[in-house]
Design a protein around this ligand. Structure first.
Ligand code: AMP
Length: 548
């Protein structure tokens, strides 16, 4: 029997329509390159998003076109999240901090038609522009007074374009499975891979993310997403917060600046915020050295990398802030698990609570999770057995853009059983709390950013005195992980670790340069001749980086 219910499509624009009607006076506060404190209302935000939709059409962008954004967290980026997707185009968020070659690859692979870029990103765009294959124009996210000098053609000023349009625009309704957004993940080896989100997946993800046992989002809250909007939808906060009518505070390019973050929290009375552990470390260091407090902040959501227990303890004991850990992936929109108490747990001792918060959390409704052994046999949730972590659900990718969507295919992350293989290894306890114990992939995660061990090894191998090199991630109190380089020198060669690091500085991106180099006579290899990283991690498990 067929149900008798309306089949209205789940549209990104419906969030905006609802928000404007119900919370027109709610505030959005931003830091931008051209304004240290911009503030406007949901009413202005909705109006400008409609103007943006008209700008896109006037530029010649069509339904389904990819529109790249290289921008920080501010109101203009929020307008792009809604204006681009709402008009039926694909909001393709790009991390401006990637290697230029990666950005070039991503823009060409996604066939971006227009790029909307922050003023601070213009030098990079000028350097890369000649190799963009599909880009028809660049829109700079500022006003005329702050437009940078450029020799490029087809460069437009965002505010001028907006001013040329009125807001007489009706959001179109179309199939909810249409792509609304795109984000490339550079976590694995090889070229970055594109994850394509739909209106439906994004709406369902926002609903789940707003639940009381997830972020408990509400109109009564003030939320500051520090996690960048160029990385996996800023964890869905720009959708969930607007859906419920929260006040939003956006730190712009000042994401890692403890002083600015403190000032925003205090002056705007932020009570919920989200970021990678490195951000919380920067804020804590600033608070400790300045003696300042963050009275309004109740919850700090942390994800992207494991959160050290010491950080959770300091936040709670010194500043009264509860750390809520979450885990997910670009391929998962990203929400998979998040910390929340189960009945009775609020009576646990302080230490027991901190131990629980150090785990990666419990699944939210919508995400199914399992751990399996080498034979794909499901393992028990006993907190001891660990295995490959697999997930499935309506906001989890079926494959990458331009690659196979066939479960089990070599370039598809979904296994033959229809579950996405996360590449993480985990335990799950009796209460459903998941804990990441290892990664099947060898990338190093430093301050929430991926560092390719292979890039480091290749650069090191180019040194004339180095016979072989391996890079592994080791615990670092500030960055969670930093690269450690393990080197075998040519016979009788003499070189110091400092000289190797100086050599690598010319060859690698700043954050990929290893923090230390250790020497050994031989590196372990597998039967097929590959470096045995597992064995290396075991050998150096107690290694500590020199204190700066
Ligand atoms: P990305 O797609 O760049 O967001 O990276 C996803 C990967 O980051 C996951 O597969 C994990 O390896 C790692 N990750 C994310 N959140 C956490 C967390 N809370 N604890 C440990 N690792 C995490």
């Amino acid at each position: 029997m067929q149900a008798l219910m309306m089949n209205t499509q789940l549209m990104i624009s419906s969030i905006l329509v609802h928000a404007e009607k119900n919370y027109p006076d709610q505030e959005i506060v931003s830091v931008t390159a051209d304004n240290p404190r911009h503030r406007y209302s949901y009413r202005d935000f909705a109006k400008r998003s409609r103007q943006l939709a008209k700008v896109l059409e006037s530029l010649g962008a069509k339904f389904g076109d990819r529109i790249g954004t290289l921008a920080w967290n501010d109101y203009r980026h929020l307008e792009m999240y809604y204006g681009i997707s709402g008009a039926g185009m694909v909001c393709h968020m790009i991390n401006p901090k990637l290697f230029p070659e990666q950005i070039n690859y991503i823009v060409n692979h996604a066939e971006d038609k227009f790029l909307f870029v922050d003023v601070l990103v213009m030098p990079l765009i000028e350097a890369l522009h000649a190799s963009f294959e599909s880009v028809e124009g660049i829109v700079v996210l500022t006003d005329e007074a702050n437009m940078p000098q450029t020799s490029l053609d087809n460069v437009f000023c965002y505010e001028t374009l907006l001013a040329e349009q009125d807001d007489d625009y009706q959001w179109p309704e179309f199939d909810e499975n249409t792509a609304c957004g795109m984000c490339y993940t550079s976590g694995t080896t090889g070229n970055p891979k594109g994850v394509v989100y739909s209106h439906r997946s994004t709406l369902l993800h926002a609903l789940a993310g707003a639940l009381p046992d997830a972020t408990n989002a509400s109109n009564l809250k003030t939320c500051m997403p520090i996690v960048p909007m160029f990385h996996v939808n800023a964890w869905g906060i720009p959708y969930a917060s607007i859906m419920v009518g929260s006040k939003l505070v956006m730190p712009g390019p000042k994401m890692a600046d403890g002083e600015t973050l403190h000032d925003l929290i205090e002056s705007e009375q932020v009570n919920f915020s989200s970021g990678v552990p490195t951000i919380w470390m920067a804020l804590l260091d600033y608070l400790d050295s300045s003696g300042k407090k963050i009275e309004s902040l109740e919850t700090a959501c942390s994800g992207g990398a494991a959160c050290p227990k010491g950080l959770i303890t300091r936040l709670k004991n010194d500043y009264g802030v509860d750390l809520m850990q979450g885990w997910g992936m670009t391929e998962m929109s990203p929400l998979g698990t998040v910390f929340s108490f189960k009945k009775g747990m609020e009576n646990l001792t302080e230490e027991e609570q901190i131990n629980l918060r150090a785990k990666q959390g419990r699944t939210v409704f919508g995400v199914e999770l399992k751990i399996v052994d080498d034979n794909n046999k499901e393992l028990p949730w006993d907190g001891v057995a660990f295995g490959a972590l697999k997930v499935r659900g309506p906001w989890i990718a079926t494959g990458y853009y331009g690659m196979s969507q066939e479960p089990g295919a070599a370039d598809c992350p979904v296994d033959k059983d229809g579950w996405l293989n996360t590449g993480d290894v985990a335990t799950v306890d009796e209460n459903g709390f998941m804990q990441i114990t290892d990664r099947t992939k060898d990338v190093i995660k430093s301050g929430g950013e991926w560092v390719s061990s292979i890039d480091i090894e290749n650069a090191a191998a180019s040194h004339e005195l180095i016979a072989e090199a391996a890079a592994i991630g080791r615990f670092h109190p500030k960055w969670t992980e930093r690269p450690l380089l393990i080197v075998v020198l040519n016979k009788d060669a003499k070189v110091t670790s400092g000289e190797i690091i100086a050599y690598l500085k010319d060859k690698l991106h700043k954050w990929s340069v290893p923090d230390d180099v250790v020497f050994t006579d031989e590196l372990p290899h597998t039967a097929t001749g590959k470096l045995n990283k597992l064995a290396l991690r075991e050998t150096y498990k107690d290694y500590q980086f020199p204190i700066e």
